[in-house]
Design a protein around this ligand. Structure first.
Ligand code: GLN
Length: 321
């Protein structure tokens, strides 16, 4: 560990404390009862580079659920399972500008093909496509894929899953609508079970940063020295993160931060920083970033998390553009 790294680590810890109070401008997702009980003032970050170099600060031992961050992972898996043409026939790659759980375009744009895999309609469609004979088998596949990336066992948080399963009226409507227009590959309740369980997979910020690192590296896992998914799929996933990853704030996020990122209503943010976008940072070979700050804004993004990421990206000159 160089002195340079030490001083940067010190700065990162300071930034977490500087931005933590901004959580007061948001609140924990209250439409999912199990998330509403989280401590809104928590904030944590992990930044991981390809030589296993990590900087982390804040509440880094805290566990939280992936929520919408899982949409990137299942999209990648579906592309591997079914091939790109099959997936793209059932879900488009256009941003919507609508909220993540919006239903309006399914009816207004016949034949109701979901606009992109980063909104709920698209993600439920993607989950229905995964190969496997039962929801359980599909979830095990998702877990195994993630476990390869993070290097440890992961599990679904049953309490969060149950909490969402019992209150999933909006997601049920989306799924039934999709079924009616022929976009689901399996029964509605099965697609929903996979989708809501993938959302309830539990991680910490270091795990999240590892997933970001593999995506940043175009699917290549630097420690396993294995290509976990094709480069072409990784590029597409990053493009979707840039255009749709931060819900209907994706335009502003790209304009003012400029990194492929995906958020979840748990307050998670995953960012993938390719090497070409971080030449002047303490991670010149690229990095994955995991952030957790459960107080979210009205769009669904972590308030303190976005501020922290923006500051870090600016200070370290990390921007894909
Ligand atoms: N499970 C959540 C939902 O479907 C995920 C949404 C999110 O993180 N934006 O509502």
């Amino acid at each position: 560990v160089t002195e340079h790294t030490n001083s940067q680590q010190h700065l990162v810890s300071g930034w977490v404390e500087e931005f933590r109070p901004f959580s007061k401008n948001g609140q924990c997702a209250n439409y999912i009862p199990a998330l509403a009980e989280k401590n809104p003032l928590q904030l944590a970050i992990s930044i991981v580079g390809p030589s296993n170099n990590e900087m982390k600060a804040g509440d880094t031992t805290e566990l939280f659920t992936l929520q919408s961050v899982s949409k990137v992972v299942t999209f990648i898996l579906a592309c591997m399972d079914r091939g790109l043409p099959y997936v793209l026939e059932r879900v488009d790659v256009e941003p919507t500008g609508d909220t993540f759980n919006s239903i309006i375009r399914l009816e207004s744009h016949r034949p109701g093909k979901p606009f992109n895999p980063m909104i709920n309609a698209g993600a439920i469609t993607v989950s229905s496509m995964l190969s496997g004979i039962s929801p359980q088998e599909k979830i095990e596949k998702i877990l195994y894929f993630l476990e390869q990336m993070v290097g440890k066992k992961l599990k679904v948080n049953e309490e969060v899953f149950q909490s969402e399963w019992q209150t999933a009226n909006r997601n049920r409507s989306l799924a039934y609508y999709l079924m009616d227009s022929g976009f689901l590959d399996c029964p509605v309740e099965e697609a929903l079970e996979v989708y809501l369980k993938q959302c309830a997979i539990e991680v910490n910020v270091s795990d999240l940063a590892m997933i970001g690192l593999v995506i940043a590296n175009d699917g290549y896992h630097p420690q396993l020295k294995t290509q976990l998914f094709p480069k072409q799929v990784a590029k597409l996933a990053k493009a979707l993160m840039v255009t749709c990853g931060m819900y209907n704030a994706s335009g502003k996020f790209s304009a003012f931060i400029g990194l492929p990122a995906k958020s979840g209503v748990s307050g998670a943010i995953l960012a993938a920083v390719p090497s070409h976008a971080s030449l002047n940072s303490p991670f010149p070979d690229g990095c994955g970033i995991g952030i957790y700050g459960p107080a979210i804004d009205s769009i669904g993004n972590s308030v303190a998390g976005v501020k922290l990421l923006k500051h870090l990206a600016t200070e370290w000159d990390m921007n894909i553009f």
